[in-house]
Unconditional design. Sequence first.
Length: 228
Amino acid sequence: MYKLLNHIYSRFFPDVNAIIKNSRFGPDIHAMLKKELSGCDIILDLGCGRHSVLAYSNVLSSVKCSIGVELFDPYLLESRRNRIHSQYIKADVRKIEFKPKTLDAAVALDLLEHLTKEEGVDLINRMGKWARKKVIVFTPNGYLQQDAYDENPLQEHRSGWSIKELQGLGFEVFGMNGWKNLRGYKASLKYKPSFLWEMVSSISQIITYRHPRLAFQLLAVKQIKEVD
């Protein structure tokens, strides 16, 4: 039955996800990152992992310098092999430092939830000192339980973040990845057939983009004010 439904979906709705992705009512994370990082020539990707979200957003090909920071050796080596970033630093994001206003944008994508709340707030404050233009974070909407995997203890989730908390830190918050109740552990869809519920999730993004309390994940963007 699933195969038949999948065939019908592929035959009659081949471009539905592309349509939703490019909709001005509900862009996905990749479209948003491309938009928000336009004009940023030096980008810091904290906790870049082995497959940075930026690598799928058509952002890095047009920047002068992108710096990937990662502590877990296997992820760092794989990202380096794939040449995702132009520079790499092996470091703990809780301890790393950069000179003030030496970056155009500092991003932490799928990172905050791996830190304690105190560590996360401290990191956001430091990112705001390093960046000239923007600070961007991407995190689940609230606490999402996740254990360590890939023999990487850093994969464990240690905190959850709310819209109110992020707004209190100076961010504008957008909802991402569709309706929150459709996804669970490691962002996997709860229901089958998955292709059908992926379509439902994509369509729901039209609403959750501007109503982030309903969304599975949160994209938070902070504009850095220039100081005379």
